[in-house]
Each structure stands twice: as structure tokens, then as C-alpha cells.
Design a protein around this ligand. Structure first.
Ligand SMILES: Nc1nc2c(c(=O)[nH]1)N[C@H]1C(S)=C(S)[C@@H](COP(=O)(O)OP(=O)(O)OC[C@H]3O[C@@H](n4cnc5c(N)ncnc54)[C@H](O)[C@@H]3O)O[C@H]1N2
Ligand code: MOO
Length: 403
């Protein structure tokens, strides 16, 4: 049985980034940069006033307030050739290019127009050299890497791409995911279950997780534990980049999923991972012509499905999107109570992480009742990571995965 780290490595090894295309930056939200973005110019491209006021020569104000001649008025978006010489200044607006000769900006609040001559102004503050001026290239230099390949496109990056790349960007196509929920006991969320039946919570939950991760989702619904029904659904699901099935992957007689996948040409990469919850996880790959489909058979228990999605499906999604690896574990949570993991599998235990003023991040394992207990997860924002056969004491530091 593979460790979590080995299984993650195998998922990564078998996942190749999807083809790229160019689109508008806003459309690319949630995708990853396919290439570095190199600055084509200095930013700002000119020495720029950061305040409304007067562009001055700082030396003119060295000895305190001075009365200067106003020789120009410069608004944002225009340039001027009027040179500022000793004893003169220019009225300037925030964002406007500095006129030649001037080196600093005095705030308009600290000035007074001469009542007898509107072309003169009294500057009542002393100004230090360069005050309120953003120098050309002080934010970015031409040729500098602004955004690296693999980085996530958030609204911040959309702003930068609009400034530096005409709002266009090349990204990897977003992955498509099909979802099948297997099990004779399942009825849809809208139906009333008969005795022994349960509502399909995994299907919609996995659909929501996939959508949240930016995938194009096809919901293939509930499939009974019958070979033909499963075969039909699998054929359809294999058209996507990722096919997720939930249920039917452990060792029961009706656990048809692994054999039916193999019959469809899906090569098994691994079956079973040393993890709790999620041990029966199945992972494989089908290559047909130039189309590759990654297939995850997630364990039917809802929390097992959720944990496996967070760890393994997310890893595949990130790689398909060309995203550079985001660290999975967040270290440094102070455990608030003793915890014993008597089992022989590392456990990812639902927990509440918090940060109180004055203290660091703490983590409290919840009163979780096992793989079928999804309700307790509603109170969780993290999966606390505990090694197999290990006793932990309150006050120890542990890692967690944020969910
Ligand atoms: N002899 C063994 N039995 C089991 C093993 C094992 O190693 N040997 N592993 C156990 C573990 S761990 C898990 S997890 C489960 C997972 O089994 P399956 O993936 O085969 O899932 P099912 O048996 O189909 O279902 C398990 C459980 O989850 C409920 N379920 C299934 N689908 C859904 C859904 N779409 N929505 C909500 N709930 C669902 C199902 O009714 C069962 O209660 O196997 C153990 N057994
Ligand atoms: O791995 Mo199962 O998910 O322990 O319940």
C-alpha cells in the first residue's frame, strides 16, 4: 500500500498540463500563467507626482517658506516641456508627469495663492528632495519578471495583466470533470429514501468541489451496481480530462468499479493508500489517441471522498492547469487538546483552526465520528494531520490542510 506522499507523486507523474490558449485576463481568473510575464517597460514610465500640489525645486525651500512663480499647470495624462527653474514652480495633479527641472512636490494644503498675483504662490512647508514623487522605474524595471509561469491568476494578476499585457494572457485550458455516484442504495437528493436507502450527497458535493476548483463539470448522476449501467456511464465519463467515481472501490462483491474501469482500458496506477479516511482510493489513466483521462475511484463514505478530493484530485487539477505546486500542509498549529492516533494509518482529522489576538494559530480536533460523519465537517476549516500510532499532547505543534 502506498503512502500519501508516494500516491501524490504518482498522481503528479501521470498528469500533464493541458494545451494552452490566449484569452482575456478576466476570463482567466482561477487559471495559472502558462508563461512568465516580463515587463516591457519601466513602471512608472515617467517620474510621477503622487499628490495634488506644486512641482518645485526642493533647494528653493531649504530656508523655509518661499514665494514662487507659477509657470505651468499639469494635469494627469499630459506632458509638458516647460522647464522649472529656481524661483518657479508648476501646479501639478496627482498622477501627472513631473515637469523637467522640478524634483519634489509640495502639498496644495501647505500653499497659499498670492492674493495680489495669481501667478505666484506661497509654499509654507519645507520639502525634502524627491518628496511626493514616484521615480521612473521605481516599481518595476523593463525586463523584470512580473508574474511567473504557474502562478495563480487572481484579481490582482488581472490588474497587472491589464497594465502590462493589454489584458491578454496565455493559460492552460481548464480541465473537464465527469462525476459518477455508484451504489444500489442511492437515491437523488430530491427523493425520499426507502428503508435502507440513502440520498446521494457525494455527487453534488464533488460537483461543487470541482466547480469551485474551476473545472467544467458534467454530472452523470447515480449508477446502480450493474455492469452495463456502469459501463455506459464510464464510456461517457472517459470523454472528460478527469473522471471521478464515488463508491464501489473497496473489497465488497458489488465493488465493480476497478474491474469495469480496467475493462474500459483504464490502466490502474494504484489501488489503496495508507490514509484515514480514504484507504480504498483507486487511481488510473486511460490514453486513447491524443486524449488522456485521469480516473479517480473515491471511497463511498462522504468524508473519505472529500478528503481524497482535497489531497489527490486537487493535485491533478493543479497540474492540468499548469499551476506551480502550492504547499499542501500549513505548519505551526498549536494543538489545544491531547490526541491519540492508535491506528496504523496517518489520519487527516476534521478540526477547527483559529487565531486569537495575541496568540498564534491553534487547532482543535472536532468530535468527529468517522468517514460517514459529514455533518461535523460543517464546523471544520482544516484537516489536522496526525502520524500513525502516535500520541500527541496539548501544546504540541502540528500541520494541517486547510479545507
Ligand atoms: N472488507 C473491507 N471492507 C471495507 C474496506 C476494506 O478495506 N475491507 N474499506 C472500508 C473503507 S476504509 C471505506 S472508506 C469504505 C469505502 O468503500 P467503497 O468505496 O466501496 O464505498 P461503498 O461501499 O460503496 O460505500 C461506503 C459507504 O458510503 C456510502 N455512500 C456511497 N456512495 C455515497 C454517496 N454518493 N453519497 C452518500 N453516501 C454514499 C455508502 O452507502 C456506504 O455507507 O469501505 C469500507 N469497507
Ligand atoms: O478510509 Mo475509510 O475512508 O477509513 O472510511
Amino acid at each position: 500500500m502506498h503512502s500519501v506522499e508516494e500516491a501524490l507523486e504518482l498522481v503528479a507523474k501521470h498528469t500533464v498540463p493541458l494545451p494552452t490558449y490566449e484569452c482575456n485576463a478576466v476570463e482567466a481568473l482561477g487559471s495559472a500563467m502558462a508563461h512568465d510575464l516580463i515587463s516591457e517597460y519601466d513602471s512608472p514610465a515617467f517620474d510621477k507626482s503622487m499628490m495634488d500640489g506644486y512641482a518645485v525645486i526642493a533647494e528653493d525651500l531649504e530656508d523655509g517658506p518661499a514665494n514662487l512663480e507659477v509657470v505651468d499647470e499639469i494635469a494627469a495624462g499630459v506632458t509638458t516641456k516647460e522647464v522649472i527653474r529656481p524661483g518657479t514652480c508648476a501646479r501639478i495633479m496627482t498622477g501627472a508627469p513631473m515637469p523637467p527641472g522640478a524634483d519634489s512636490v509640495a502639498l496644495v494644503e501647505n500653499t497659499q495663492i498670492d492674493s495680489e498675483n495669481v501667478h505666484r504662490v506661497m509654499i509654507t512647508e519645507t520639502v525634502t528632495l524627491g518628496q511626493n514623487v514616484l521615480k521612473r522605474g521605481s516599481l518595476l524595471r523593463e525586463g523584470q519578471v512580473v508574474l511567473s509561469a504557474g502562478s495563480l491568476i487572481r484579481p490582482i494578476e488581472v490588474g497587472i495583466l491589464s497594465d502590462m499585457a493589454k489584458g491578454r494572457v496565455t493559460v492552460h485550458r481548464s480541465p473537464s470533470i465527469s462525476i459518477i455516484s455508484t451504489g444500489d442504495e442511492l437515491v437523488s437528493a430530491q427523493e425520499d429514501p426507502a428503508p435502507g436507502q440513502i440520498r446521494n450527497s457525494n455527487g453534488p458535493m464533488l460537483e461543487a468541489m470541482a466547480a469551485e476548483a474551476g473545472a467544467q463539470v458534467t454530472q452523470l448522476g447515480i449508477v446502480k451496481d450493474k455492469r452495463q449501467d456502469l459501463a455506459d456511464a464510464i464510456s461517457q465519463g472517459l470523454e472528460s480530462d478527469i473522471l471521478i467515481l464515488s463508491g464501489g472501490v473497496s473489497s465488497g462483491v458489488l465493488d465493480l468499479v476497478p474491474s469495469e474501469l480496467t475493462a474500459h482500458g483504464v490502466e490502474q496506477i494504484f489501488h489503496k493508500v495508507c490514509i484515514k479516511p480514504g484507504k480504498p482510493l483507486w487511481f488510473g489513466k486511460r490514453v486513447s489517441g491524443d486524449k488522456t483521462t485521469l480516473v479517480f475511484g473515491l471511497p463511498g463514505n462522504p468524508v473519505s471522498s472529500l478528503v481524497c478530493f482535497h489531497l489527490f484530485v486537487r493535485c491533478a487539477l493543479n497540474r492540468l492547469k499548469g499551476r506551480s505546486e502550492a504547499p499542501l500542509y500549513v505548519p505551526g498549529f498549536l494543538l489545544t487538546r491531547d490526541f491519540v492516533n492508535k491506528g496504523d494509518r496517518p489520519v487527516y482529522f476534521p478540526a477547527m483552526a483559529s487565531r486569537k489576538e495575541g496568540s498564534g494559530a491553534t487547532i482543535s480536533p472536532l468530535n468527529w465520528k468517522g468517514s460517514a460523519d459529514l455533518a461535523t465537517l460543517a464546523k471544520a476549516n482544516a484537516l489536522a494531520s496526525f502520524a500513525a500510532n502516535t500520541e500527541y499532547e496539548a501544546g504540541q505543534f502540528i500541520s494541517a490542510i486547510m479545507i
